[in-house]
Design a protein around this ligand. Structure first.
Ligand SMILES: [Zn+2]
Length: 309
């Protein structure tokens, strides 16, 4: 039986941010949703359409000038590049607002007690988006907007953002570097994109670099050694997951050798922490993952693990 306390936030318009042959393509979300809908257990999770974040919501993390600048850059046809990696097409801003809106609504659903866990099946991703810069396929920092929404609630004093995407969450660190209410733990391939904030040190920012070729056993040991004590000391009232699946061994963008089962393992570990500290409350949002089969297999085990009683 599916836990009725789980929600899945998504929107088909997230497919309208599109550039043929780009790694961050609409096929990623199509593949994830097809896998979810093909599984009787996962298809039984209540799905809800995201609503786009307003300017007022986006300015919780980003200046209005950036939002307006991006809105003005969006092309009417074809595509333009915001940086070497990050494209905009017609529909990009709406998709980016939906991705941010999904995380904000997911957080509200958990805060009101409507759900214990929410997964946001959205794109574009968000964790590279800094306060003042879209970069690395990201426009607005979806998970950070969720965390800021949570911290505005009287019952929420501290949150944790756990990011197992293969790339460092420079944007999330940029937003929370001076806010020790937010523990940010990030595992990432060392000396790799985005090469920003990698050496930033603060007690509430935990960097877990992974040497190229890192396999399951070393990854698990590092997470247990570095993340568990940090989360236990922080005692979060809510846990957020930046759920990127590009550390899988088949991913074309990086050289880390994780298996599908490692995502079952880390999801269970985070679920146990959430049970211990915050009544099992988790908001997870899709970040990277660029091998379609590996991505959808990893999302499947992530959700299967979350909905287990
Ligand atoms: Zn990534």
């Amino acid at each position: 039986m599916t836990d009725p306390r789980m929600l899945l936030m998504t929107h088909p318009d997230c497919l309208h941010h599109a550039l043929t042959e780009h790694a961050e393509s609409p096929d990623r979300l199509r593949s994830v949703m097809a896998t979810i809908n093909a599984s009787p257990r996962l298809a039984a999770i209540t799905q809800r359409l995201a609503t786009p974040a307003t300017d007022a919501q986006l300015t919780l993390a980003h200046p209005l000038a950036l939002i307006e600048q991006l809105q003005n850059l969006e092309p009417l046809t074809g595509h333009i590049m915001v940086d070497q990696d990050t494209y905009m097409s017609p529909g990009t801003m709406h998709a980016a607002r939906l991705a941010a809106g999904a995380c904000i609504e997911a957080t509200r659903a958990v805060l009101t007690g409507e759900a214990d866990q929410v997964f946001c099946a959205i794109r574009p991703p968000g964790h590279h988006a800094e306060i003042d810069a879209a970069m690395g396929f990201c426009f607005f920092n979806n998970i950070a907007l969720g965390a800021i929404t949570a911290l505005a609630h009287a019952d929420i004093q501290r949150v944790a953002i756990l990011d197992f995407d293969v790339h460092h969450c420079n944007g999330t660190v940029d937003i929370f570097k001076d806010d020790d209410r937010v523990l940010v733990c990030s595992s990432f391939q060392q000396d790799y994109y985005p090469n920003r904030y990698l050496d930033y040190e603060n007690s509430h920012i935990v960097a877990t670099p992974l040497a190229p070729g890192t396999c399951s056993a070393s990854f698990r040991q590092l997470i247990e050694d570095q993340w568990l004590p940090a989360v236990n000391q922080h005692q979060p009232d809510l846990i957020f997951i930046s759920a990127g699946f590009d550390a899988h061994k088949d991913d074309p963008l990086a050289q880390i050798e994780l298996e599908v089962d490692d995502y079952r393992w880390i999801t269970q570990l985070i679920k146990d922490l959430a049970k211990q500290h915050c009544s099992g409350r988790i908001i997870s949002s899709l970040e990277g993952g660029y091998h379609l089969k590996a991505l959808s297999d990893c999302v499947r085990v992530h959700l299967e693990t979350l909905i287990e009683p």
